[in-house]
Design a protein around this ligand. Sequence first.
Ligand SMILES: [Zn+2]
Length: 384
Amino acid sequence: MSSTTTLLRDLVALPSVNPMGRAVSGPEFLEQRVTAYLADFFRKLDVPCERQPVAPGRENIVARFDSAGATHTVLWEVHQDTVPVDGMTIPPFGAAIDNGRLYGRGACDIKSGMAAMLAALARLVREGPRGAMNVILACTVDEEYTFLGVQELVKRGVRADFAVVAEPTQLQIVNAHKGVARLLLATSGRACHSSRPEQGISAIYRMGRVLGAVERFAEKLRLGRSDPLLGPAALSVGRIEGGSSVNTVPDACRIEIDRRLIPGENPLATNDELLDYLREQGGIDFELTCPRPWMSMPALDPRGSEQIVSRLGRAINRVVGSHRVIPVPYGTDASTIAGAGIPAVVFGPGDIAQAHTKDEWVSLEEVEKASEILYRLASEPLAA
Ligand SMILES: [Zn+2]
């Protein structure tokens, strides 16, 4: 069995399920088993690594390979967590291999990419090719829910010339995606018994008026500025909650809003932008609360990533013959890294169509190729 396959099998067998906001119970949750495995791997490889506490039971682990005489540093970033295993039809941590595929939660998203990066790093250490770049391998937590890991990584000031973020792209290069901000918007009122509703103020009626305006704002975004690759920004209301019983005039109502951003938009300004619009609308003469997003990620802007796109593209061509550079609809850690000044693209083995599925799998041949491509990216001289 190749070292890449052994690594992937080990990683899939170690549960690292993101609780995704649910109460944590059961041994499969959080990333610590994978973190411990990685710490052991880096220790045996004799590369220095740093553990970055992010939340209880959740640590980034960041290893560093220094190449003699290197002029550039590439950051490889990959998340340790997976989505939950509810409804899976195969043993989620069985890591069974059948007909060139490895099955299990995270096999595709994105322990495959992690195995490829680990094997490529080990080969760099072993072979020490002349002219190779320095490599920082950052294995982060909580990518599937609130991106705490990558935010901690950039907060600590990681520095590199460019970055490759592992996600299943079928060995293509992703250089653009939308960002996202999740907002809460609340109205308040005055509760009273429903036999005399005129004595109270219904927070739900107030929200009704707000919703019409929110819908108009969503339409305005849809018809507004459009990114050439990604199209226009978007907004939708996904949940509403209000009232305590049918015979009480409700004093509180809130909605949850999903806002998709295009390059150039600041996720942390989306609440003020919405509030400004709503306040200009007639009929909304009461207080609205809309704090800064509780979760956010900027869009991935293709501008600035040209150099890494061409270097990675060359490495892909040498291994598989050709490649495409594409935008995708889903978000990744790459935009947060790019936002910190490190041009970033997304690349990895596996098809996003197999990510998060009930019988998740990845092609082992593709994992091998990804590892070869990453090795070439880091080891081939810049001028080549
Ligand atoms: Zn992923």
